[in-house]
Design a protein around this ligand. Structure first.
Ligand SMILES: C[S@@+](CC[C@H](N)C(=O)[O-])C[C@H]1O[C@@H](n2cnc3c(N)ncnc32)[C@H](O)[C@@H]1O
Length: 226
């Protein structure tokens, strides 16, 4: 059992009431592509029709742009997306259905609840892209990438090769994560200027687009979790 203390890490669960067709799709498509957790631990490959050698997880996928593009570009890899925000979940379920993708499963909820039920040493890559920044000091504890959470990722990841891909437009959050990595003795690039160079692994997401259109600098980190 992973020791996860669930502190609020996200804002709204829905932007406004879902339309009737969104509600219907949330039920129907979630039955096809959604993850229902129970008390039993599971291996992520048990979610899919076939076994994947590599399984990746995106935490807080928003409207799902990065998740969908990654799954289309890498049909031999499995993808699990976690997101409590229902509007984004419906949007992503529709994209999965329209693109007939058989390598994505969605969890509509807090990633920490799913991780708790996932077998250890099963995930190759974790993506956390533009998580809620919680810029006020008194809210830092709500940031999802805490030390406890990074330790959970280490446990669930296939070490020594498991990787974390993280992006943010909040310089303070990036510095906070670098400090956490140092505390946990995880080697990571701490040159904030270099981290502002957009890497080729990143597919534009809604939040990155919004940040860039406001003239903000974005930071991108990828680290080996061992
Ligand atoms: C600022 S949005 C970014 C969305 C998307 N990654 C992007 O770049 O456009 C952060 C998202 O993380 C989700 N989130 C926050 N805490 C989470 C958690 N514990 N598990 C899963 N998702 C979470 C929020 O619901 C929100 O949709």
């Amino acid at each position: 059992m992973v020791d996860i203390k669930l502190i609020q890490s996200y804002g709204r669960k829905r932007a406004k009431g879902l339309s009737v067709s969104q509600k219907n799709d949330l039920i129907t498509l979630y039955n096809l592509y959604g993850i229902h957790i129970s008390d039993t631990e599971f291996h992520p490959n048990s979610l899919f029709k076939k076994n994947f050698l590599s399984i990746n997880m995106e935490i807080g996928f928003g409207r799902g742009e990065h998740l969908i593009e990654s799954a289309i570009a890498n049909p031999k890899e499995g993808f699990i997306g976690c997101e409590p925000f229902e509007n984004g979940v419906v949007n992503t379920l529709r994209e999965i259905h329209n693109n007939k993708l058989e390598n994505i499963k969605i969890f509509n909820g807090d990633a920490r609840l799913l991780l708790e039920k996932l077998q250890d040493n099963t995930i190759n890559k974790f993506y956390i892209l533009f998580p809620d920044p919680w810029p006020k000091k008194r809210h830092y504890k709500r940031r999802v990438l805490s030390n406890v959470f990074i330790r959970t990722l280490q446990k669930k990841g296939i070490l020594p090769s498991a990787k974390l891909y993280f992006a943010t437009d909040c310089k303070g959050y990036m510095q906070h994560v670098i400090e956490n990595m140092k505390t946990l003795n995880i080697l990571c690039n701490d040159d904030i200027t270099e981290l502002a160079n957009k890497p080729n692994w990143f597919t534009q997401t809604r939040y990155e687009q919004k940040a860039l259109s406001q003239g903000k600098t974005c930071y991108y980190l990828n680290v080996n979790l061992s």
